[in-house]
Design a binder for this molecule. Sequence first.
Ligand code: HEM
Length: 233
Amino acid sequence: MISEASNNIEIEQEIEQELEFSSVYRWQHWIRAASIVVLTITGFYIAVPFLIPAVNADPTNFMQALMRSWHIIFGFVLISVIILKSYLFIFGRKHEMERAAFKDILNPKIWIQQIGYYLLISKHPKLRGVYNPLQFMAYFTFYLMIFGLIITGLIMYVHVYHDGLGAFLYDVMKSIEVMMGGLAVVRITHHILTWGVMLFVLGHIYMAIYNAVFGKEGGMDAIFSGMKWHKKH
Ligand code: HEM
């Protein structure tokens, strides 16, 4: 008992906690995650309506319309948090550590060491930013896919809602639709990007667990508490 307590004191003297993710960052992460789950489920229902409500004489079973309206509500939630996150990434004062990851991307040594770390043959490289180069590229691809889903989603949206925002965006979205080769291409692109995002989410969860098991800084905790552990300099 005594030796356990003295071990804890020793550890406390060697490591310190440091803020990794601000509370806005953590909130937008979880709101984004929840919207992606709802959008994927309702989206797949829109693609293949696998539930058929009990048949009744009144025309009250608008299941497809219900799914579509939740899809669009969460679509706009996602659009809002993506705009917020993009703003924070570019201008946020507390997000300097995110932008610093650019410097690590330009360093081939860090790339090699990071790949070695994943192969369990070398130590984790010392990073200047919060993301390692492979992670940064994966997140970059994720954002490209999300922006693709937003644009193709909005093109379909202006064909469903013709007033208000739908009317306002119609001309711009119509020209993108024509450039893409028509509504059928837009729809299939939206569908394929959904699979891309699902693959990303699987990889993302795998890497987060990998980090929690093999990492020493409590990387997984940071997205809940905001704090990460570092050796005292
Ligand atoms: C992670 C983000 C998203 C995912 C995973 C997703 C997924 C899907 C899927 C799988 C479909 C069915 C496509 C098909 O028919 O094969 C769909 C349809 C649709 N999505 Fe999304 N979507 C996302 C974001 C958005 C956004 C941001 C909007 C815009 C507000 C949007 C608006 C629509 C619309 C309007 C449809 C067509 C509805 C209909 O046919 O009546 N989606 N989505």
